[in-house]
Write a protein that binds this ligand. Structure first.
Ligand code: FAD
Ligand code: NAI
Length: 479
């Protein structure tokens, strides 16, 4: 007899475990199935985000920033450190501890909310009047597959790194985000393909720890999705820090051996070049995880990328089968996956779950940080929308000067007629935290004048947001 649930969630990444918890809060009998395992074979819920994504990358970004500051910036504060050295294995160990704490935290939360957790890989085996049938296979081959049935299924199986044709990941010389976050030594020369979010964040980690980092990017423009002015400012900073970024290249043959990796490429000007590195990270986007789900057994529709086809409410082509997060359309972000997970659980309960795709913030955790919400100036121009723009540099912000970090600016775009905020773009210190106020403002359809008239603590970086809002009306007070 198979165990029956109201809701089965496949995947315990941010989309899946949050959907499971919300469904349980709403009174459903819920199971959550996840295949990720730790080094000793035990369950490691949290998905890409917790195990090889958001959390470990931010742990290493923090550690490497401390190291970089100690090496290059403490002296200007009057702090001299003699004999500074790096203990990489300790740094990686700390990162692993942070990951483990998050895995344990999620197991605790599932238990607390009475979600039944199954450790193994799920696949569809059929459907009938009683619901959908699933099989769960544990990593141990000897264990028989467990049969489960459910009224509703939420698929949250996430995504995996996309490999370059002819250069499969071996996680030793050619690394995905997984191998890139657990190297045993700092490579002298590190190559990255793709100057997107992972390229910049992970490239920054290894540069700060001492690698000579070169990033090869296929597109002629840098961070094309980012507001051009902000991207330009960020590019200037990264190059000044020593990141070598080559735009508009065409990557050719990649040869990997014990001694290193050789990458043949053609520059934007058409010159043939070779880059020789000790390790190569390939960060050229991600592909949805649908292999192994046996979608054919139930006729689940996939698009040409292998992503599950869903409508705006995360409904698939099958009744009572939903999909959220990286495995469907939209930005591949943990918080987007979470919001979809909550909304789906609420829709299952007959409520009106809602995700506002216009106010999903983006953050790139480099130094300077880059964060934005809403539309870029180039998008508004392309739409022919009349807008006003105000920006304020951190150079003129007291807190930024006290921190010793005055790179960048806050830039606000507002409708020319109604003054509604259409987008906010930040490059600079703590942009990841500053953007939250702007998301709230946009969610409440605030005008730039609303922000300009709100009292912000002094001295704080948030004053730069207020000043950018004032600048929309050409009345910044401190610049
Ligand atoms: P995932 O987190 O990928 O989880 C899916 C889970 O499903 C996995 O545990 C997988 O093992 C499991 N699974 C798959 N198939 C099956 C199956 N058949 N049976 C059982 N289980 C299965 N996003 C941010 O918002 N902020 C960041 O700072 C950030 N940093 C990142 C850094 C890196 C290096 C990377 C790679 C990604 C980062 N992301 C970040 C993106 C973020 O990790 C993803 O958007 C997010 O994890 C997607 O959540 P998800 O629940 O859809 O899928
Ligand atoms: P990405 O889409 O951010 O960047 C990929 C880059 O590779 C692009 O600039 C693209 O033009 C380039 N590219 C693609 N094919 C290429 C080729 N053949 N040769 C050279 N360049 C090529 O993807 P990335 O960095 O792999 O990250 C995947 C996703 O993970 C991100 O889009 C984001 O959704 C998520 N993520 C989010 C983070 C955050 O929120 N801070 C951090 C890291 C990842």
């Amino acid at each position: 007899m198979s165990a029956h649930f109201d809701v089965i969630v496949i995947g315990a990444g941010p989309g899946g475990y949050i959907a499971a918890i919300r469904a349980a809060q709403l009174g459903f009998k819920v199971a959550c199935i996840d295949a990720w395992h730790n080094a000793s074979g035990g369950p490691a819920p949290g998905g890409t985000c917790t195990n090889v994504g958001c959390i470990p990358s931010k742990a290493l970004l923090q550690s490497s920033e401390h190291f970089d500051n100690a090496r290059h910036h403490f002296a200007e504060h009057g702090i001299d450190i003699k004999g500074l050295s790096l203990d990489l294995s300790k740094m990686i160990e700390r990162k692993d501890t942070v990951v483990r704490q998050n895995n344990d935290g999620i197991l605790y939360l599932l238990k607390k909310n009475k979600v039944d957790f199954f450790h193994g890989r799920a696949s569809f085996s059929g459907a009938d009047d009683s619901g959908y049938q699933l099989l769960v296979r544990s990593a141990k081959a000897a264990d028989a597959a467990q049969a489960l049935t459910a009224q509703h299924v939420v698929i949250a199986t996430g995504s995996s790194a996309r490999a370059l044709a002819g250069a499969p990941f071996d996680e030793d010389m050619i690394l995905s985000n997984d191998g890139a976050l657990r190297l045993g030594a700092v490579p002298k020369k590190m190559g990255l393909i793709g100057s997107g979010v992972i390229g910049l964040e992970v490239g920054s980690v290894w540069r700060r720890l001492g690698s000579d980092v070169t990033i090869l990017e296929g597109l002629p423009s840098f961070l094309g999705a980012v507001d051009e002015q902000i991207a330009k400012e960020a590019h200037r900073s990264f190059v000044k820090q020593g990141l070598k970024i080559e735009l508009g290249v065409s990557v050719g043959e990649i040869a990997s051996g014990k001694a290193g990796v050789r990458i043949g490429y053609t520059t934007a000007k058409g010159e043939a070049r070779t880059l020789e590195v000790d390790k190569l990270i390939v960060s050229i986007g991600r592909v949805p995880n649908t292999e192994g789900l046996n979608t054919q057994a139930v006729g689940l529709a996939l698009d040409e990328r292998g992503a599950i086809v869903v409508d705006g409410d995360c409904r698939t082509n099958l009744p009572r089968v939903w999909a959220v997060g990286d495995v469907v359309r939209g930005p591949m972000l943990a918080h987007k996956a979470e919001e979809e997970g909550v909304a789906v659980a609420e829709r299952i309960a007959g409520q009106h779950g809602h995700v506002n795709f216009n106010t999903i913030p983006w953050v790139i955790y480099t130094n300077p940080e880059i964060a934005w919400v809403g539309q870029t100036e180039q998008e508004l121009k392309a739409q022919g929308r009349a807008y006003r723009s105000g920006s304020f540099p951190f150079l003129a912000n007291g807190r930024a000067r006290a921190l010793g970090d005055t790179t960048g600016m806050v830039k606000m775009l507002a409708d020319a007629a109604t003054d509604e905020i259409l987008g906010v773009h930040i490059v600079g210190p703590m942009a990841s935290e500053l953007i939250a106020e702007c998301v709230v403002a946009m969610e409440f359809r605030a005008s730039s004048e609303d922000i300009a008239r709100i009292c912000h603590a002094h001295p704080s970086l948030g004053e730069a947001t207020k000043e950018a809002a004032l600048a929309v009306d050409k009345r910044a007070l401190n610049f």
